[in-house]
Write a protein that binds this ligand. Structure first.
Ligand code: BGC
Length: 435
C-alpha cells in the first residue's frame, strides 16, 4: 500500500537517555538524576551522567541520521536545561544547545520534531509536589512557551508529553521510575495535571504560531487471560489506553476519573483543545486476569506463546495492527504518527566488526508491514519513528538493554551502525519516489 505523500521516516530519542553533560551550561537536577543516584533504584547503579555523550557528539549523531536518510528526528528538550529550577527566565545556554542541534538538523535536511517532556522533571518542581500538584501544569506551559519562543521559527512538529501514563503509573503509582512514589490509585492527580499541562502547552505553542502539535501516548492492547477476565482487561484498557486519550479526543474521562475532586469543570475544554496529530508508541500487548488482592482490579499475566525481545516483551505485530484499528474505530482521529516502535536485544560486535541484529530487522519489518496494512485499510498514518537511533540509558534497566540501530560502546563512546541500520536505510530509500 502506498504511503501518504510526505510520509515521514524517522528515529526517536530522549534527552536524559542520550545527552549526558548533566552539570553543563547551567543545567539543574532532574528527578531522574536524583532517582538514578539513589542506591537500588537503577540496575547496577547506572545513571545518565554521561549516557551517549550526545551533548558533545551531536554532529556525529546527525551524520548517522543523514546516513539513514531519515526525514525527521524526534528528540526531547531537557526541561532542567531550560529552567534549571523549573521556574522563571530561560537559561540561554541551555537553549543554545537545542538551537545548535536544530540548525544542524536543518542543514542536513532533517526536520526536527521536539518533545517537550520526556520524564526529566526539574527536581525543585518535584520537591514542591511534582505532577501531583496542579501548579506543575502551569509551569509546564510556561516552559513550553520559552522553548517555542526560541525554536518555533525552525521546529515544525511539537510533542507536548511523552507517555504520561508511564509517568503516572511507574513514577507515582508503583515507584519503579522517578520520582519513585508508591501512591497506587492515589496517583491519579498526576494523570490529570499532566493532561492539563498538555492542554495549556498547546495554547502556549499556538500563541507562538506553532501549527503541528500532538502528544505521544503509550498503548498496549489488553488481552483477557480467559473470558471471565474480560472486566480485568477492560479496566487495564481504561487505565493504560483510554485515560490519556479520551480526555484529549473526546473531552471526557473514562469512568475511573469522572467526578474526581481535583478536576475543575473548565479543565476539560483546555485538555480537549484540538491537536494536529496523535503520537502512538507501541511495543507489546498485555495479558490480564482478575486481581486476587491489592487495589487494582487487574493482574498482569505473562504472554508465553510468542517470541520475546531482550526485555522479555512478546513480539506481536498483529497486536499493533489491532491497536491501530481500535484507535481508528474508537475515535475520530487526527492524523497518526508512530512516534515510537522498536525492540532491545543483547547486541554485540562480532569478531568481524559487524553487529548482526537480525532479530531487530525481523521485528521492525513485521511491525512496519502491520502499519502498512492499517494504512491500506484507511488509517491515516503520516510517519514512523523507530526507537531508537542509539543504544541508550533504558531507565531503571540502565545500559543493559540495547534498543539502537547504532551500537554504542559506553567505554569509548564509539558508535557502530548495526545491520538494522543498513536495513532501515534501504527501506527508507526504497519507499521514496524515484527522483
Ligand atoms: C519510552 C522510551 C523507552 C522505550 C523502551 C518508551 O516507553 O518512551 O523512553 O526507552 O519505551 O522502553
Amino acid at each position: 500500500m502506498g504511503l501518504a505523500e510526505g510520509f515521514r521516516w524517522g528515529v526517536a530519542t530522549a534527552a536524559y537517555q542520550i545527552e549526558g553533560a548533566v552539570d553543563e551550561d547551567g543545567r539543574g537536577p532532574s528527578t531522574w538524576d536524583t532517582f538514578s543516584h539513589t542506591p537500588g533504584r537503577v540496575r547496577d547503579g547506572h545513571n545518565g551522567d554521561v549516557a551517549c555523550d550526545h551533548y558533545h557528539r551531536w554532529p556525529e549523531d546527525i551524520a548517522l541520521m543523514s546516513g539513514l536518510g531519515i526525514d525527521t528526528y524526534r528528540f526531547s528538550i531537557a526541561w532542567p536545561r531550560v529552567q534549571p529550577s523549573g521556574i522563571g527566565r530561560a537559561n540561554a545556554r541551555g537553549l543554545d544547545f537545542y538551537d545548535r542541534l536544530v540548525d544542524g538538523l536543518l542543514a542536513a535536511g532533517i526536520a526536527p520534531a521536539a518533545t517537550l517532556y520526556h520524564w526529566d522533571l526539574p527536581q525543585p518542581l518535584e520537591d514542591a509536589g511534582g505532577w501531583m500538584e496542579r501548579d506543575t501544569a502551569y509551569r509546564f506551559a510556561e516552559f513550553s512557551y520559552l522553548v517555542a519562543e526560541r525554536l518555533s521559527d525552525r521546529v515544525e512538529m511539537w510533542i507536548t508529553l511523552n507517555e504520561p501514563v508511564v509517568v503516572m503509573a511507574y513514577g507515582y503509582a508503583f515507584g519503579v521510575y522517578a520520582p519513585g512514589k508508591t501512591l497506587m490509585l492515589d496517583a491519579l492527580p498526576a494523570a490529570h495535571h499532566q493532561l492539563l499541562g498538555h492542554g495549556l502547552a498547546v495554547h502556549a505553542l499556538r500563541g507562538r504560531g506553532v501549527r503541528s502539535i500532538g502528544l505521544a501516548n503509550h498503548y498496549s492492547p489488553a488481552w483477557a487471560a480467559s473470558p471471565g477476565d474480560q472486566p480485568a482487561a477492560d479496566a487495564f484498557d481504561t487505565f493504560m489506553n483510554r485515560l490519556f486519550t479520551d480526555p484529549v479526543l473526546l473531552g471526557r474521562y473514562p469512568g475511573l476519573m469522572a467526578d474526581a475532586p481535583f478536576i475543575r469543570a473548565e479543565d476539560m475544554a483546555v485538555i480537549a483543545t484540538p491537536i494536529d496529530f496523535l503520537g502512538v508508541n507501541y511495543y507489546q500487548p498485555t495479558r490480564l486476569k482478575t486481581a486476587s488482592e491489592g487495589p487494582l482490579p487487574f493482574e498482569i499475566v505473562d504472554i508465553t506463546e510468542y517470541p520475546t525481545t531482550g526485555m522479555g516483551w512478546p513480539i506481536v505485530p498483529d497486536a499493533f495492527l489491532s491497536l491501530l484499528r481500535t484507535l481508528d474505530t474508537r475515535y475520530d482521529l487526527p492524523p497518526l504518527y508512530i512516534t515510537e516502535n522498536g525492540c532491545s536485544f543483547p547486541d554485540e560486535i562480532g569478531p568481524d566488526g559487524v553487529v548482526d541484529d537480525s532479530p531487530r530487522i525481523k521485528f521492525l519489518d513485521a511491525h512496519i508491514r502491520a502499519m502498512r496494512t492499517a494504512i491500506g485499510e484507511g488509517v491515516d498514518i503520516r510517519g514512523y519513528f523507530t526507537w531508537s537511533l542509539l543504544d541508550n540509558f533504558e531507565w531503571s534497566e540502565g545500559y543493559h538493554p540495547r534498543f539502537g540501530l547504532v551500537h554504542v560502546d559506553y567505554e569509548t563512546q564509539k558508535r557502530t551502525p548495526k545491520k538494522s541500520y543498513g536495513w532501515y536505510r534501504d527501506l527508507i530509500a526504497s519507499s521514496k519516489p524515484p527522483l
